[in-house]
Design a protein around this ligand. Structure first.
Ligand SMILES: Nc1nc2c(c(=O)[nH]1)N[C@H]1C(S)=C(S)[C@@H](COP(=O)(O)O)O[C@H]1N2
Ligand SMILES: [Mo]
Length: 238
């Protein structure tokens, strides 16, 4: 189970504490529910090259993070609510998202605590496409995100949200996003650290100003651009 918290020696105390509680929560979930059966099944006799091994915690090098358990939402029940400073509020189904123009990205995933997964395949809809579908009001300046875990939040400036490498993702690692990775739908903000990529995406609200997200309230940067020393080559925008 060490996978949940390796390499975090430089992490601020607040975060270590929260992750510590997270680990207890995760263990509770793993050993207290059907997930444990599923994982036991997967652990027995799976070679690391088996595509199913992506379902394991840390599959393909990811560490599974959650600050509030593992909410379950089946694709058929899933809705993405888009509201706020838009001309038309939307309630998009999973099918609606699949019908919108698809964007594929192959990019690294970099957590601010130090681990990185190179060349991850992502597919989804550009956030800008979703926002254009709703139609932005003139005073729109920021985009706020909520997770259906009921706790995690994030936000981006409108300029950041409109970038072509920011997607509402429904596929990663070559298949649908698993429950553990924030399925059926999460955000993927390619040029920023992993904490921007909110899992179990429930709602998008267009607003006048950003609102600091879960980790930003605990001291992390709102502008979470991956450092150039970590391989980012493109231009940040405010
Ligand atoms: N809802 C939610 N989204 C989240 C998090 C979380 O705890 N809850 N952790 C963030 C952090 S810090 C990282 S690095 C990535 C990890 O994604 P993974 O769990 O798919 O590896 O999710 C981000 N999105
Ligand atoms: Mo992270």
């Amino acid at each position: 189970m060490a996978v949940y918290n390796k390499g975090s020696s430089s992490v601020p105390v607040a975060r270590r504490t929260v992750l510590g509680f997270g680990i207890l929560g995760v263990l509770g979930v793993l050993f207290g529910s059907k997930l444990s059966n599923r994982l036991n099944g997967l652990f027995s006799g799976l070679s690391p090259n088996n595509p199913l091994s992506n379902l394991l915690p840390g599959g393909a090098g990811f560490e599974i993070y959650t600050v509030a358990g593992f909410p379950v939402e089946k694709p058929v029940q899933y809705r993405l609510e888009v509201s706020g400073l838009v001309n038309t509020s939307l309630s998009l189904t999973y099918e609606d998202l699949l019908k919108l123009p698809v964007t594929h990205l192959t990019k690294d995933f970099q957590c601010v605590t130090g681990w990185r997964v190179p060349n991850v395949k992502w597919s989804g809809v550009r956030l800008s496409n979703v926002l254009e579908l709703a139609g932005l009001k003139e005073n729109a300046k920021a985009v706020l995100f909520k997770s259906f875990d009921g706790v995690y939040t994030e936000s981006l400036t409108l300029n950041q949200a409109m970038r072509s490498d920011v997607i509402v993702a429904y596929s990663m690692l070559g298949g649908p996003i698993t429950e553990e990775h924030g399925g059926p739908v999460r955000l993927y903000v390619a040029p920023m650290y992993g904490y921007k990529s909110i899992k179990w995406l429930a709602s998008i609200e267009v607003a006048k100003a950003i609102v600091p997200g879960y980790w930003e309230n605990l001291g992390y940067d709102q502008n979470a651009w991956i450092g150039r020393s970590n391989g980012r080559t493109d231009q940040p925008v405010d």
